[in-house]
Design a protein around this ligand. Sequence first.
Ligand SMILES: N[C@@H](CCC(=O)N[C@@H](CS)C(=O)NCC(=O)O)C(=O)O
Length: 335
Amino acid sequence: MLVNGIWSERFQPVQASDKDGRFKRVTSSFRNWITVDASPGPQGQPASKAEADRYHLYVALICPWACRTLMARKLKKLEDIISVSVVEPFLTDECWKFGDYPGAQKDELYQYEYVHQLYTRADKNFTGQVTVPILWDKKHHRIINNESADILRILNNGFGEMADESIDLYPAELSGEIDTLNKYFYENLNNGVYQAGFAKTQQAYNEACKNIFNALDFLENKLQGKEYLCGNRLTETDIRLFVTLVRFDVAYYGLFKTSKKQIRDYQNVHAYMKKIYQLDGIKNTVNFDHIKQGYYSIKALNPLGIVPQGEPVGNSAAGAGYFRSALRMFKHRGS
Ligand SMILES: N[C@@H](CCC(=O)N[C@@H](CS)C(=O)NCC(=O)O)C(=O)O
């Protein structure tokens, strides 16, 4: 983490837990907004004006939270408006690093080596955890927001006509249902898998697994006869779920020991995940190689860095053949 702008501790062992060994996620530090006319955000957050080519997303393709924002950028057709940099998948001792691992890039904006340099560029005395995604302002060289839940909403309606307004990922009439489901799935599944993976006691791990598989059973039932969760149209709830589901069999099942069942054992959930994967452009936001290499590089959980065999694996993530083989894996069981 950074302390007063200085990289001061090795990242790998730093994982907060409560007195019973439960993983505690840090809260995001930058929570400003973007709106069409720079009027404040929905909770009065200070906002900057939406402009083409002013904002940039820093993401890791291993990261479910970052990939939520990539999906929204794609679905809202903001690719020409907001640029992107992808970091390397491995968690280094100084956290996320830029480089030329296949599917990643160097930092074209500042030629930085590490993402933590962006945090100190934005705030030279920054103290806290360095995370992706980051929604960056290229004009004022600062972080607008580093909370994916906020960034999803910003991309959904902060850019007005610059985005595809026919797609609304958070329609007013479904907002109550979306908020309720988001909270439930965040606690039990999106963050639940991390609670299983980073549990420091058997009890904390057992608790997390119970929540995860209850949530998957609930989802399986809820999807019966439905394509999407809320109002039977694609909303941010589906995006938030997809990024966790698509990592489950590849990473969480093994590394986080969420091994009671796989997603492919849930007929409805599996079909739902595959359907979203095949929506226009979404498969380009999923890189199984980064996911697998990245998770298994977490030394706190896998000190020797051994990556298990089995598809999908390898360094050819960018190739179309890779996606075909990933799809074969998806077709392997279930529907
Ligand atoms: N609340 C944040 C969480 C982001 C987050 O935890 N990102 C992870 C990658 S999956 C990260 O950057 N971890 C580095 C660290 O915690 O030091 C969000 O949803 O945007």
